[in-house]
Design a protein around this ligand. Sequence first.
Ligand SMILES: [Zn+2]
Length: 346
Amino acid sequence: MTASLRTEIHYGHAQDFGYDGDKGPSHWGEQYNSCTGKHQSPININSLDVKKVNLPPLVFQGFDVSPRETNLTNNGHTVVVTMESEVTPTVSGGPLSGVYEYSQLHFHWGDNDTFGSEDMIDNHRFPMELHVVFFKQEYQNARTALNHPDGLTVLAFFYEISPQDNPMYQEFIELLGNVTGSHLSAPFNTPPSLKDLIASDLLHYYTYDGSLTTPPCSEVVTWIDFKEPILLSHAQVQAFRALENEEGHPLTHNFRPVQPLGDRVVLYNTDEIIKEIDLEKQHPEEPSEGVDTNKLDTGKPEVATKSPKDPNDRKNAAPSMIAARWSALVVALQLLWNVFLCSERY
Ligand SMILES: [Zn+2]
């Protein structure tokens, strides 16, 4: 499939916002109603208050393809990567219904390495966060998708600081120096594939329904936050902080504060549940009451298991039938004996 991936960098024409003062996050709601909604992002994820699930596998297509052309753009709020590729990367499965097509990716960071990510895990902020944005294919493009509650999904990855540079980000970091000013753009010599830029463990993730974290804050995003962080050195993260915003000031931070979780439930996808069921299968003599509730979470049909108490199991039923008949005979004989003794007495 040939498709142009040069999609809209700004959603819904939302340009006039910032992260400080009059344009800061606490004022976004004055101009954009959705920013005061009840299902906003980012959130703090309490890892002890999530529902463990084993969802169908996420399916990633075109993630290992090097695009024909990839551009890095400073849009004044963040740095955005857009691609033109023979194969449009898509994601489906997991919590998603339908196929979602790649739109763009961008980053959120902070003034120093102790904060910068948008979602938090157990009140911990990571130094940086990657958002890989996809729109639902049936809505044609990211802008139309904003009108549908299931319009977008964002694959989110956290960063952690490592002593070594990450070689997969080398050209990326070098290019940041070419797009310091707002609205500057630069092409990659060797465009990385999406797989090159993300973590490798794509099984363990948190997922919840939320919003864009920038105006217009549309509540249309299925968030998928992967647990495994990507490693970058301090110098590599520091390079992002040298970018400038529209006023020509250093863009030292661009993360929105966390929003109330409200009535939402965060799911945690893991194979732990499957492992627990496998363990139970290895010890079938142990009581298995606890497993049944977990099986409900797997979304898979229950596997029929045979136990010695199963009345449909003929091999096991035969000896117990014989025993039952013998005990009935004994009871009958005892009754006859009692009748005999009674008749003797009177
Ligand atoms: Zn973002």
